[in-house]
Design a protein around this ligand. Structure first.
Ligand code: FES
Length: 79
């Protein structure tokens, strides 16, 4: 789904960019502006920022939830 109509960026592109930035040990914190720069574009109207922030935080929230889960739950998922 297109999230940023100014730059024609999809939720998938934004999610992947945020993940790449977090995976880079020397990378920057994935803010909306940093994610746009990572994708080689610049924010224009900013109307998509609330959705971009939600996409960035949904992944962070998922990672935090995974880390908070008991180890026995994680192990049983691998079976
Ligand atoms: S909709 Fe994303 S900058 Fe305008």
């Amino acid at each position: 789904m297109i999230i940023c109509s100014c730059n024609i960026l999809s939720d998938k592109q934004l999610r992947e960019a945020a993940e790449e930035m977090r995976a880079d040990p020397n990378g920057k914190v994935p803010t909306p502006g940093a994610v746009f720069r990572h994708l080689g574009c610049r924010p224009r109207c900013g109307g998509c920022f609330p959705s971009v922030i939600d996409i960035i935080h949904e992944k962070v929230s998922q990672e935090a939830t995974d880390q908070d889960r008991p180890a026995r739950v994680k192990r049983s998922e691998g079976r």
